[in-house]
Design a protein around this ligand. Structure first.
Ligand code: MN
Length: 243
């Protein structure tokens, strides 16, 4: 079998939904071990309030990631909008490497751009403004300085509020903006983009700098299935569905 690189995104793991958690643990303990690299493109957790939170399912997930990376699969992680507080402690505990919000990776000779996807949703001005605020190192420092119980309460409030805010927005506003997509790909000179976040799995053909390009959007993990994108060194790209 040709060497392969796997991508997953938007698992939104939480104690309230056991199915995606056990699916991921099965995946990490078996299927992922046959891959050379695993990229987690953000929103692995539905809420993440700091590396010191070892409540379920974080503890088991970190343990399985650690075992995977120790066994030789390189694990890479990008922040999603739900788990941007993943920090150096997580990386130490799991052996994962934290990537920038935009990262160019080498897919067996073909460069690809990976990102969570929220930065591409430029029509959602309210979200982008809030994002800028909470991603500052000062905001993060202050948030993480609060006791764990207070962060837990805040996370519950945030989840409620996030559902509330989404209710008032059209689907178009929360999708990736085509101009933002093109300009990101042009900026990095890349003709393959892989991202998640929008929960609209698709393969889009587009033109970047006059050349044909592809944008692969990964699916969120639901109670019934989870998507894994597999890119092999022989150039094949395949989607696998785990149940
Ligand atoms: Mn997201």
């Amino acid at each position: 079998m040709a060497p392969e690189t796997l991508f997953i995104s938007d698992l939104h793991l939480s104690a309230a939904k056991p199915a995606p958690v056990s699916r991921l643990l099965r995946f990490l303990n078996d299927r992922a071990g046959r891959a050379e690299r695993l990229y987690i493109l953000g929103d692995l957790f539905d809420a993440y309030i700091g590396d010191d939170d070892d409540s379920a399912p974080n503890r088991n997930v970190k343990h399985a990631l650690n075992r995977l990376s120790r066994a030789g699969t390189a694990v890479f992680f990008q922040h999603g909008n739900r788990d941007f507080l993943v920090g150096s402690g997580f990386c130490r505990q799991t052996g994962a490497t934290l990537l920038d919000d935009y990262a160019v990776i080498d897919l067996y000779g073909r460069p690809a751009l990976v990102t969570h996807g929220d930065l591409l949703c430029t029509d959602d001005v309210q979200y982008q403004t809030a994002r800028e605020r909470v991603r500052s190192s000062e905001w993060k420092r202050q948030a993480l300085a609060k006791p764990l119980w207070m962060r837990q309460l805040y996370a519950r409030w945030y989840r409620f509020k996030s559902g509330w805010d989404k209710g008032g927005k059209t689907a178009e506003i929360m999708d990736a903006n085509p101009e933002a997509v093109r300009s990101a790909m042009e900026r990095f000179g890349i003709d393959l983009l892989i991202h998640g976040h929008t929960h609209r799995p698709a393969v889009h053909d587009l033109l970047v700098n006059g050349r044909s390009a592809k944008r692969i959007v990964l699916a969120e993990w639901t109670d019934s299935q989870g998507q894994v994108l597999c890119c092999r060194s022989d150039g094949t790209v395949e989607t696998e569905w785990l149940d």
